[in-house]
Write a protein that binds this ligand. Structure first.
Ligand code: CU
Length: 180
């Protein structure tokens, strides 16, 4: 314990290593499939004032060779655990006109994608064999952990859908702020 604190203090006092992260975690439960989604701000090395949101994804219990999709949904999961009650995907720019023609083009995220459609621009989650754990890690420049931002994911949820588009796992985005 003492050692951990000492290390933390050392890291925080350093001006080279910026360790002032702000993070949020969504743990999604379900009968078979479960996920962990860690969102965290990372300082951009070239600009000490700039923060970039990152996401680390871990999903367990997936059927092999089947596509799974996950998104940030508008509302949190209510106490009864209903994934349906989270409404649709978080879409702050209204790129999905709900006309049945929605298609997220990863080359034009700002013009075509719901910002909450994470697998829309990063690709579906899939595993090759039973027991494999899916992991992915990438930047999320269009979403924010700043509650003042129009693109804020605070107070929302993450939902995993199976290949039949059934919502099988969901959980709330819980903020964990770390400051030096
Ligand atoms: Cu979804």
């Amino acid at each position: 314990m003492f050692k951990t604190l000492a290390l933390l203090a050392l890291a925080c006092s350093s001006t080279v290593m910026s360790t002032q992260y702000s993070r949020a975690i969504a743990r999604t439960g379900g009968d078979q499939v479960s996920g962990e989604f860690i969102f965290y701000n990372k300082r951009v090395a070239s600009d000490s004032n700039a923060l970039q949101l990152q996401l680390d994804v871990t999903i367990k219990g997936m059927v092999p060779n089947s596509n799974y999709y996950y998104h940030v949904h508008v509302l949190p999961v209510p106490a009864n655990g209903s994934c349906t009650a989270t409404l649709g995907h978080f879409d702050p720019t209204g790129n999905n006109k709900m006309d049945g023609k929605y298609k997220c083009d990863p080359k034009n995220i700002t013009g075509t994608c719901e910002y909450g459609d994470l697998t829309g621009y990063e690709g579906a989650a899939t595993v090759a064999k039973a027991g494999d754990v899916y992991t992915a890690s990438y930047g999320l420049q269009y979403l924010s952990l700043d509650s003042e931002s129009a693109n804020s994911i605070i107070g929302r949820s993450v939902v995993i859908h199976n290949s039949m588009d059934v919502r099988i796992s969901c959980g709330n985005i819980i903020t964990v702020t770390r400051k030096c």
